[in-house]
Design a protein around this ligand. Structure first.
Ligand code: GLA
Length: 726
């Protein structure tokens, strides 16, 4: 049993392969006791965690003043009930105050998990167990369920919640966090991944947590390029291989809030969830609402171990079944032609993809409605007959006759004002009555909380893709939400627009996966603007960034892997400007993830095409390691200017070292001469399939010389080794 409850001491214990999480039930309240290593764990006693009596901290019992919500480490916390730290839940009651205090009623330990659909959440396996705790606020009668799901093998525990209103009237959920964790100590640092469009997750911040609220958030209606929902809270001395690290993420694709704050008791509160700024929810009597799943992991051995837990979790419990098939090497039309596509160009392009040994051609934007630039046509999902005179099906048959599979671009959530859809339904966009509707990339966001919009999209795609053999969809989302209002929601429900928007998006994703079960979906939001576990639930991989410069990608990919596996990281070799050396650099960076190409191979010199053929063939010798292998980082481009990492699977190791111009180095540059593959089998002999040189496992473990780099004019060079046991 990975979840137990000991009645004698009211202790709940949740165990994973290597971690233990414990809390107790005391006075109807869930008091946190321990989260850390399982082996040799000493769970603090009740008395240990109970605070001393602190002036100004409210209590309920004159004879037990130390039992204060303000000083105890709590599993969950409620606004207004005497906990002055950031609280996890605030509900406005029918009488207008926002005070609640939920007490334990009962609990159940069940197999599997609680279904949150359409909100995606980690898929259960045979070992998955869930603790479901029911609590009640005795004044309002509202019921709260706190769920803890244990994903044993990955060392991940998840937290999510449900509220049912039994108050007899409406209440309003005003702030809601899925996870609240009070850790002992206050010497932690927060690692977060900020960025912007084309520089996703490259603002690798490590900030001391102290008094005062330190938060990460998106208020954009999408998880965003600007801030990822991933957080690592680590000991000051933690590094890649050593030190305690707690990792967190949220299985959600909209606005979110993560917050950290240390307090007078020398504990640190960490929370992650929907927050309050972009979320309120009017809950009618008898209605239930769910908070998305937050995931957490603990590593006693540094950031690398934390990342591997999350990689493992995403690969095993998040990505769809399809993601476990070998991924196609695609040739995408976007950077080759932008909007200037038509049937003949695309058929020639497909033939070139086949000629270069690739598996699939992707027809990106520009195939539908009046979409000849980004000013018009979004929302009109009907093939452009000027460009594809016979329609989609005969065209796709011509593509397939060249020997490659076929993928197509869609952006279902959006509309251009210059479109038939907008002209017919100006009330189908997110907007607030009487206010201007801001544009971004000349487009507006459809109101996905409106079922009529979802029905329209389903009907359009059903008609347009009927009998068209599509193998892949690229699902894009190229702007974020401003003026968050819905023309169809009641005034009291407007605060839940963004939440309901996400439910609508997830239900459409779900429909796509059922309607086109043989097709894989790649997610994109102007690159990696929705690079989150919830998107990964539906999509096998994500277009990591619109920035395809190998030089910028080194950082983007390195930091993305802190939280996400290589298997979801879509990486394309873009226009190498006719230069073989440039092509080599782009390739060596792109094979940090799932390889594709994105440039006009039609007018490419033969020597480049020959090299692409060799690259694809070589990639096929090690693609399993990238998709299924275990990832180890050896050197950070932020510390040494060299990004070095390897993938390991069975008897093979794929090792990369990429020299950068060093501009991203933070602090004092550390020298790096050797790369130590510490997980090599010490008694084995390995042959590098690229150079032909052999090494003993002991040599690999001790470290191989990187050797001289030969930087190009911009200071970059890359090396690749593919060790195979012989
Ligand atoms: C976004 C995507 C690109 C491309 C364009 C098409 O910017 O990130 O890859 O699909 O849209 O308009």
């Amino acid at each position: 049993m990975s979840i137990t409850y000991q009645k004698s001491n009211n202790l709940f214990k949740l165990t994973t392969a290597n971690t233990l999480y414990a809390f107790e039930l005391s006075h109807g309240t869930l008091v946190h006791r321990y989260y850390g290593q399982k082996r040799g764990a000493t769970v603090p006693t009740s008395a240990d965690v109970k605070g001393r009596v602190v002036s100004f901290s409210p209590y309920r019992d004159e004879d037990d003043k130390a039992f204060s919500f303000d000083t105890l480490p709590l599993e969950y916390s409620y606004f207004g009930s005497g906990d002055f730290r950031p609280t996890a839940l605030r509900i406005k009651n029918a009488n207008g105050d926002s005070v609640t205090s939920f007490s334990y009623v009962s609990h159940k330990i069940r197999r599997g998990r609680v279904d949150l659909s359409p909100i995606p959440a980690g898929r259960a396996d045979d070992k998955t167990q869930t603790l479901d705790i029911t609590l009640r606020d005795h004044v309002s009668g509202c019921e709260l369920h706190l769920y803890y799901t244990v994903f044993y093998d990955c060392d991940v525990i998840s937290r999510y919640a449900a509220i049912t209103n039994h108050s007899g009237g409406d209440v309003v959920v005003e702030k809601w966090m899925s996870l609240c964790l009070d850790l002992p100590g206050e010497d932690y640092e927060l690692i977060s991944l900020g960025g912007r469009h084309c520089r996703e997750r490259t603002v690798y911040q490590r900030t001391p947590i102290g008094r005062g609220n330190l938060s990460v958030a998106s208020r954009r209606g999408a998880t965003s390029h600007q801030m990822n929902p991933f957080m690592a809270v680590c000991a000051k001395d933690a590094n890649e291989d050593r030190g305690e690290v707690y990792g967190f993420n949220l299985v959600w694709s909209g606005s979110f809030l993560g917050e950290c704050e240390s307090d007078q008791m020398h504990t640190t509160r960490i929370q992650l969830g929907l927050g309050s700024e972009n979320f309120t929810y009017r809950l009618r009597d008898g209605e239930t609402v769910y908070a998305p799943e937050a995931i957490m992991t603990y590593s006693p051995a540094g950031l690398g171990n934390m990342s591997r837990h999350f990689h493992d979790f995403i690969n095993r419990h998040i990505v769809p079944e399809k993601a476990h098939e070998q991924r196609p090497v695609v040739l995408n039309s976007w950077e080759a032609f932008y909007f200037n596509i038509n049937e003949d160009i695309m058929v020639d392009f497909a033939a070139a993809a086949a000629d270069c040994g690739m598996d699939m051609v992707i027809m990106d934007d520009g195939w539908f409605g009046a979409r000849i630039n980004d000013k018009a046509g979004l929302g009109d999902w009907f093939v452009n007959r000027n460009r594809f005179p016979d329609g989609l099906r005969p065209f796709v048959e011509r593509v397939k006759a060249t020997g490659v599979k076929f993928g197509i671009w869609v952006e279902p959530e959006m509309v251009n004002p210059d479109s038939n859809l907008y002209r017919a339904h100006p009330d189908w966009v997110i907007s607030c009555r009487g206010r201007e509707r801001s544009l971004s990339r000349s487009q507006m966001v459809l109101d996905m909380s409106n079922p009529a919009v979802i029905d329209y999209l389903k009907a359009s795609f059903t008609e347009t893709f009927a009998d068209v053999p599509i193998d892949y969809f690229k699902w894009d989302m190229n702007r974020q939400i401003s003026e968050p209002g819905s023309p169809t929601l009641a005034p009291e429900d407007q605060g839940s627009l963004e939440y309901r928007y996400m439910l609508g998006v997830y239900s459409l994703f779900d429909w796509f996966t059922k309607q086109y079960p043989d097709a894989m979906i790649e997610n994109c939001s102007g690159g990696g603007g929705r690079y989150d576990p919830a998107m990964m639930y539906f999509t096998s991989q994500i277009w990591t960034s619109d920035n395809t410069s190998a030089r910028d990608r080194v950082l983007i990919q390195y930091s993305s892997q802190l939280a996400y596996p290589a298997s979801v990281m879509s990486c394309h070799v873009s226009n190498p400007k006719g230069d073989l050396r440039e092509l080599d650099l782009k390739y060596k960076v792109a094979v940090g993830g799932i390889l594709g190409y994105e440039f006009n191979v039609l007018n490419t010199p033969d020597e480049i095409k020959d090299e692409i053929r060799r690259q694809v063939a070589r990639y096929r010798t090690f693609d399993r390691l990238i998709q299924f292998g275990t990832h180890y980082r050896l050197s950070s481009p932020y510390e040494t200017g060299i990004s070095a990492y390897y993938y390991r699977l069975d008897g093979e190791i794929l090792l990369s070292a990429i020299l950068t111009d060093g501009k991203a180095v933070i602090g004092k540059k550390k020298a790096l001469k050797k790369l130590a593959v510490r997980t090599a089998d010490k008694d084995a002999v390995y042959r590098d399939a690229i150079s032909g040189v052999t090494y003993t496992g002991a040599q690999l473990r001790a470290g191989i010389e990187i050797g001289e780099f030969a930087p190009d004019a911009t200071g970059y060079d890359a090396k690749l080794w593919h060790f195979q046991k012989i």
